[in-house]
Design a protein around this ligand. Sequence first.
Ligand code: 13P
Ligand code: SF4
Length: 334
Amino acid sequence: MNTLFDTDIALETKGYLDLDIDPDLDLVEEINKLKKEKNAIILAHYYQDADIQDIADYIGDSLGLSQEAAATDADMIVFAGVHFMAETAKILSPDKKVLLPDLKAGCSLADACPAPVFRKFKEKYPDHVVVSYVNCTAEMKTLTDICCTSTNAVQVIESIPEDKPIIFAPDINLGRYLEKKTGRKMVLWDGSCMVHEIFSAEKIAKLLHQHPEAELIAHPECEEHLLSHASFIASTTGLLKYTQRSNTQTFIVATESGIIHQMQKASPHKTFIPAPPNNTCACNECPHMRRNTLEKLYICMKYELPEIILPDHIIRDARASIDRMLEVSAKAGL
Ligand code: 13P
Ligand code: SF4
């Protein structure tokens, strides 16, 4: 891929890093002004810091964010999320300017599946349909028949004729979960999310003991042994909606802790406990997602950098796999 430039390099090249942000500047006000001036929309994932979620025009999961990116009539999409999400927005809206506040905001799942290596792997299974979790690079999407997110993954798998064998990449945990849910055996790529594989089943068991009234809810990127103890498993949006409709008052939340901001807002009287990681760091915060800050968002909107630029052939070849996913989602009413 030829066109991505590192945030710091991009900004340094332009000399922007020399410009200190005035500490008295009201960033929220300035960002809102820039939004209007530039006809920009800020799309934010639930794993962003609360201040970014609060200034966003749309907050959602990977599917919702793709749908919004495809439908918006803004001239500029500012993606408060990670690189593969901004790439997906660019693929869906190639004529719009797509900005990502920090180009280093990657994803361990996308990194786990380099397209050239996957291309070789795929050659061993010429009759297989390739289903890729949307958490993968644009180049990987060009090798994919149909993408999925955790919201529509079951429907995507079920849309494939039963006699067609499937390769599922890059998330082995989501893959195993889908095998159970759909009864389809698949060839699984061995990738995982660095945040969702670090939860401590032992500490969660202790928490459940201390809070017998609590329910463990989990994202399907978590490991199988943890999912087996969860009373509800879904995408971020699915988990958020569940906490709203459930009568339970206390939840142990096994996904990136950023989602708790929306859970708490929607259900202020309920208690949300972030599932603890198996060490003392803040590992249930995605280090990639949390690279974005209000300051970077402001700089990015002001200077319209860094921008996601993809070669035309990548946009063309990757688009089909996302369009198919959106068609399946629309049919399923998702
Ligand atoms: P969803 O928000 O689609 O559930 O995905 C979670 C995630 O890990 C995004 O990186
Ligand atoms: Fe990737 Fe995991 Fe971070 Fe999501 S939470 S962006 S899957 S590393």
